[in-house]
Design a protein around this ligand. Sequence first.
Ligand code: NAD
Ligand code: DAU
Length: 378
Amino acid sequence: MRRTIIITGGAGFIGNHVVRLFVNKYPEYKIINLDKLTYAGNLANLKDIENKPNYRFVKMDICDFDNVYKLMQEEHVDGIIHLAAESHVDRSIKDPFTFAQTNVMGSLSLLQAAKLYWESLPEKWEGKRFYHISTDEVYGALELTDPEGIIPPFTTKASSGKHHLAYGSKFFTEDLKYQPHSPYSAAKAASDHFVRAFHDTYGMPTVVTNCSNNYGPYQFPEKLIPLFINNIRHRKPLPVYGKGENVRDWLYVEDHARAIDLIFHEGKVAETYNIGGFNEWKNIDLIKVLINTVDRLLGRKEGEDMDLITYVTDRAGHDLRYAIDSTKLQKELGWEPSLQFEEGIEKTVRWYLDNQDWMDNVTSGDYLRYYEDMYSNR
Ligand code: NAD
Ligand code: DAU
């Protein structure tokens, strides 16, 4: 079946993996990458597919309602996969307005354009889909300790029957109430609510997913993993927030892209699916793995760069633990993470070390000014 899909934020970290997967896997689809190219968007991420006949890039702001609407009409768009967002928590603490503008008003502009266009067609909602990509951060934060007094991490069994290590007995499930803490997650939560409202009020065929921390190639080096890999390489300090005790649940980005493909095609209308790795790491333990891996791959003595670890003032409102329960997705649609963390981290570190040009490109100019400002008061 022929489809025309807009993927917003396709020049960003997760977006480029989703665009690549769809362009290569579905030559019969037309894939339109709609991206404003903020500091986080980079067309160099898509060099390998930019000349494919089923791919088009459009530089556009999702807040630009008139042009988004026009594009939908011109291209007869029948699907939207919406990833465009301001995505970095630390930036949201400094500049919440930009986050409300893009993540809330931008999402609303996209929803309204899709509604007006799809409602104007004779078949209306039939064959249409608005897929909103959200985050586990909307659920707030989980506790670290186990009520039975076992010192974490301990082995626990997911409802899927699989064993994994966890730092607490509670997990984010789809039925939890939203309790966002940062301006970033508050803005994402608001956009999730708008998406559901468009289903409940107008009947738009929507689906929402909430995913845990992604890692892998092409992530902008303001986020923990690429920032630290680059700093270890250049023997620069590693700014660990607080005591490094916070826990995140890490998922390889291509596994997220596979889940998005599956849910776009087979997810039920109006449903929410959680996507996660069942892969919890305390920041400080993960950082030690990064140091050992970078050292080994650069031919240094493993662990010789441990003294780069520098404890700095904690992030304001820093969420203690995220842990996704993705059993629903596993049971209903058969998705599971494909990569073991050790394998994923090795691949990721190798990619950043092998792509120093990419790193140098994105870490020039404004990036340096941002970092001077970010760390001047830590
Ligand atoms: P990113 O910051 O790497 O990329 C965001 C992209 O959106 C960039 O290409 C940027 O140019 C574009 N963009 C920003 N504002 C725009 C606007 N107004 N109009 C059009 N394009 C705009 O983000 P990411 O890490 O790839 O995250 C993508 C999505 O996935 C976000 O919605 C984020 O909330 C969600 N998410 C991210 C993670 C993660 O670990 N990175 C986890 C769960 C969910
Ligand atoms: O959980 C999903 C979310 O994961 C996404 O919605 C966000 O878009 C994405 O940025 C990510 O949010 P985090 O805040 O968890 O990611 P970040 O890489 O910024 O930080 C990971 C952890 O590492 C967090 O506990 C803060 C800590 N950290 C981060 C940086 C950048 C440090 O200790 N030092 C740092 O310099």
